[in-house]
Design a protein around this ligand. Structure first.
Ligand SMILES: NC(=O)c1ccc[n+]([C@@H]2O[C@H](COP(=O)([O-])OP(=O)(O)OC[C@H]3O[C@@H](n4cnc5c(N)ncnc54)[C@H](OP(=O)(O)O)[C@@H]3O)[C@@H](O)[C@H]2O)c1
Length: 259
């Protein structure tokens, strides 16, 4: 299997849950990244992450609320100062929200817009802002997550057949993950000429604050498999949604285009 060996990785929402676990697993790679940029919106409250950064010089905590354009721009400047001409190898758009809104009763415009901002607009705009650095690291003949890639954390709830089966009526969260797949698809096609790979990743139903205690997987069952799946991605991966176990999840049912 291909080895994952990015020199630099930027992870949003890295203070807890899957994001924090990703930081730890990047520090466990055989070929260690030189820079692990661990972004979170409140570094002063990110106790475990800041402790990790204190113990390991490869980890840099970056303040980033993904809904704030100025903070995104400042994060890019901060990263560029460190990576310079090498650019950035891997962006993990992990930050996300799920307020578990259920049914129409409590649904509001504000709740829908908040979920769309965090889960769709933010990963797209963070990707846009980091593209110059990703392009710098990109190579048109070597598509991989070690070279230049964006991974969007999506979910099985983005699959129409899955939400029909569970019938949970989570308008806000489920719609955003479906839209995020479209972002992955369009962005993948737009930036592929620059050698940048873009793919979606479903981490499984995982026991985090978001996944809850009834979830099927522990973080340590999900993240190592996610890492293997990321490692195996190649030039044919762009636009696709992968499950943590490496299978391709066909969210975009193929059909005949009539016009
Ligand atoms: N857990 C699952 O079962 C599951 C399944 C499918 C997909 N996913 C996806 O995997 C990703 C990580 O989920 P998780 O389970 O680790 O969730 P989690 O434990 O709830 O953590 C969410 C992370 O996102 C951050 N975040 C939220 N809003 C943010 C903002 N505006 N700016 C920056 N960071 C923000 C949180 O930071 P704060 O601490 O500051 O709030 C936190 O670090 C999400 O995209 C989620 O949709 C999870």
């Amino acid at each position: 299997m291909s080895k994952l060996s990015p020199k630099s990785v930027f992870i949003t929402g890295a203070n807890r849950g899957l994001g924090l676990a990703f930081v730890k697993h990047f520090l466990d790679l055989e070929e260690l990244p030189t820079h692990v940029f661990a972004a979170c919106r409140q570094p002063d409250q990110a106790t475990e992450l800041t402790r990790l950064a204190g113990e390991n010089g490869r980890v840099r905590v970056v303040k980033l609320d993904v809904r704030e354009d100025e903070e995104i721009a400042a994060a890019v400047v901060e990263v560029e100062k460190v990576v310079g001409d090498d650019g950035l190898n891997l962006l993990l758009n992990n930050a996300g929200v799920n307020h578990q809104e259920r049914g129409l009763e409590s649904l509001t415009r504000e709740k829908m817009n908040y979920h769309f901002d965090c889960n769709v607009t933010a990963p797209l705009l963070v990707s846009k802002a980091f593209l110059p650095l990703l392009r710098r690291a990109g190579n048109k003949t070597d598509f991989s997550c070690s070279r230049a890639a964006i991974i969007n954390l999506s979910s099985e709830v983005s699959l129409i057949n899955f939400v029909k089966r569970i019938n949970d009526f989570h308008y806000a969260y489920d719609c955003t993950k479906c839209a995020l797949n479209m972002v992955t698809d369009i962005l993948g096609r737009e930036v592929s000429p620059d050698g940048v790979l873009v793919a979606g990743l479903h981490p499984g139903w995982v026991k985090t604050d978001m996944g809850g205690s009834n979830a099927k997987l522990d973080i340590e069952e999900s993240v190592p498999k996610c890492m293997n799946t990321i490692a195996a991605m190649n030039k044919d991966s762009s636009g696709l949604l992968y499950s943590y176990a490496g299978t391709i999840m066909r969210w975009n049912a193929e059909h005949v285009i009539t016009q």
